[in-house]
Ligand binder design. Structure first.
Ligand SMILES: [Zn+2]
Length: 101
């Protein structure tokens, strides 16, 4: 798996860990995190699994679907709770901007 991904908006690359540090919100219903590009702050949808983060986009086709574009390896990354808090190794990652509520 690649370690970096080129932002579809500004074309500059970032790593999965860069993206995990720019989480803006989490949608428990879809299990998706909304992140911001570390360079241009464009919104990027992603799905976090253990040790990896999948970058993609959602579309509506009767129900919400997530289409993964690229999966980045992030050793030690995981979703720690139902609120979508991410941990990297033994450290919780701070929300870049707190989710509402
Ligand atoms: Zn960007």
């Amino acid at each position: 798996m690649p370690a970096a991904f080129d932002c579809p908006f500004c074309k500059r690359s970032f790593t999965g860990a860069d993206l995990a540090r720019r989480v803006e919100s989490y949608a428990p219903s879809s299990g998706l995190h909304l992140c911001a590009c570390p360079h241009c702050a464009a919104s990027i949808e992603c799905r976090v699994r253990r040790d990896e983060i999948e970058v993609g986009y959602t579309y509506w086709a009767g129900s919400l679907h997530f289409e993964g574009v690229e999966t980045l390896t992030v050793r030690g990354l995981r979703v720690a709770d139902a609120a979508g808090t991410l941990w990297l190794g033994d450290q919780p990652l701070p929300w870049w901007s707190r989710p509402p509520g």
